[in-house]
Design a binder for this molecule. Structure first.
Ligand SMILES: [Fe+2]
Ligand SMILES: [Fe+2]
Length: 475
């Protein structure tokens, strides 16, 4: 096991003590981070003792320790996955050259932009989720929320380390700016759209962690291929934490479905208003939330045709998902792939140079992965005997970025007029009424082992503890 120096003010496995200037710069940023956490981290949670896992090493079998921690005392630090000996750049125009240990001058601006864009999403999600503790459906869920929040905080540390260590003064300025932007702020918002949307309730939270944290997984996987070795190593370690976030989302929705289907069976009805009266979330509402979070997350992959994507790949900065598994020359000059375009009132596939369409390639991999998630949810529904099913909407539905932003498309993929869109939207996307209903269910349920009416308990607890364990102590 590569151990982490926990005696240091900033726990790390990068031998921070050997670089005094860097250490001092990060130690100056540290209180600003703590101030941001106090202001924008989980609301009124400073004194809680939370049963959290903390990284103690970086090897997968043995990197966590569970115990009660007050969140402001969580040991955020800098952890990189082990270096791969003599690692080579394995895609793009530098293929075969040794991976970079320092930032190559000609790629500096692009690399910084990639790191800042990734880094900005980490504090953003903490800000989006800061009020959710008030309405947690159980202690178990409250703990999971807090676990995700502290780990997103650590992901911010990961990106800030790269900025401080490799980008000098402008890196330090970017690190400050990461603490200054605010999710949803009119004047100084977070960089990407989905990270400025509110996460007002727990159904939105579970959809967010299922879909939007999954976007995080795909972006991190693409960056883990990077020819800039420190970025590859830091994102590889971040991925070990991301799996839990997606678990929380997938299992959370699964438990909502379980509870709703049980009520449908008990009451022998699929009438949304009767189910709502019974205190569960009707499946059409779950579907509308799914449509919203999925489509907003698809936009995070960027424009379908993008010269930046081509540059990032060609220069070896950002690869594809599981780059080595692709059976091609990993340079992609002359390769093509299909993107969707609008022709009159139809969507048609058109072949374009693959290098320019790498955002679309990554988006399509995400879609495949999301199909699997929905199938698992539908299995859960099927097991209860209920015959409704959830579906992913068409990828052109409700898009704001790229070619498809210019057209209105129904969830089933038909191009529709503005008037048809206006008619359909209340069935397709959560409306004020849906949000108000879901909000009306949100109430804090914090007695150990108790769960809100709209969600089933999980099958097992965290870290082998029972479901009714006191995961959070309020002190
Ligand atoms: Fe993250
Ligand atoms: Fe995450």
């Amino acid at each position: 096991m590569t151990s982490i120096d926990y005696a240091a003010r900033i726990p790390n496995n990068v031998d921070l003590a050997a670089d005094r200037t860097l250490q001092r710069a990060l130690e100056q940023w540290q209180p600003n981070f703590a101030g941001w956490w106090r202001e924008m981290g989980p609301e009124s949670s400073q004194g809680y003792d939370v049963y959290l896992r903390t990284a103690t090493g970086i090897d997968t079998e043995d990197w966590t320790r569970f115990g009660y921690v007050k969140m402001p005392d969580y040991r955020w630090g800098i952890f990189l996955a082990p270096a791969v000996k003599e690692r080579k750049i394995h895609f793009g125009d530098h293929l075969g050259e040794p991976a970079w240990q320092e930032v190559p001058g000609e790629h500096r601006a692009n690399l910084r932009r990639i790191i800042v864009t990734q880094g900005d999403t980490e504090p953003a999600s903490v800000e989006q989720q800061r009020h959710l503790g008030r309405t947690a459906p159980s202690l178990y869920d409250l703990r999971n929320l807090f676990q995700i929040n502290v780990e997103e905080g650590r992901h911010l540390w990961a990106m800030v380390y790269l900025l401080h260590r490799y980008f000098g003064r402008d890196g330090r300025e970017e690190a400050e700016a990461l603490l200054e932007r605010r999710s949803g702020d009119r004047d100084n918002p977070r960089i990407l759209g989905a990270f400025n949307e509110p996460t007002p309730d727990w159904l939105a939270f579970f959809m967010f962690t299922h879909f939007t944290d999954r976007d995080g997984k795909f972006q991190l996987k693409a960056l883990a291929e990077s020819g800039f070795d420190p970025l590859s190593r830091t994102t590889r370690f971040m991925l070990t934490e991301e799996a839990h976030h997606m678990f929380v989302g997938e299992a959370g929705i699964s438990r909502v479905l379980q509870r709703t289907c049980e009520a449908m069976n008990e009451l022998r009805t699929d009438d949304p208003s009767r189910l709502r009266e019974a205190g569960v979330i009707d499946l059409p509402t779950v579907q509308r939330y799914l449509n919203f979070h999925y489509s907003v997350t698809l936009d995070l992959f960027g424009a379908d045709q993008s010269s930046n994507a081509a540059t990032f790949y060609g220069s070896g900065l950002k690869g594809r998902f599981d780059e080595p598994k692709h059976a091609d020359d990993h340079r992609l000059h002359g390769e093509t792939c299909e993107v969707l375009e609008v022709e009159g009132s139809r969507l048609v596939a058109r072949r374009v140079p693959m290098l320019n369409a790498l955002n679309e390639v990554l988006r399509d991999e995400f879609i495949d992965d999301s199909v699997g998630g929905v199938e698992r949810w539908n299995k859960r529904i099927a097991k209860t005997g209920v015959d409704l099913r959830l579906q992913l909407p068409h990828k052109a539905f409700n898009r704001r970025i790229g070619t498809l932003a210019g057209v209105k498309v129904s969830p089933s993929g038909e191009v529709v007029t503005q008037a048809q869109w206006n008619d359909g939207a209340p069935q397709w996307l959560p409306g004020e009424d849906d949000r108000a209903f879901v909000a009306s269910l949100m109430a804090r349920s914090i007695e150990p082992g108790r769960f809100a009416s709209w969600i089933a308990p999980p099958a097992t607890g965290i870290d082998g503890k029972p479901v009714d364990f006191d995961y959070v102590r309020f002190g």
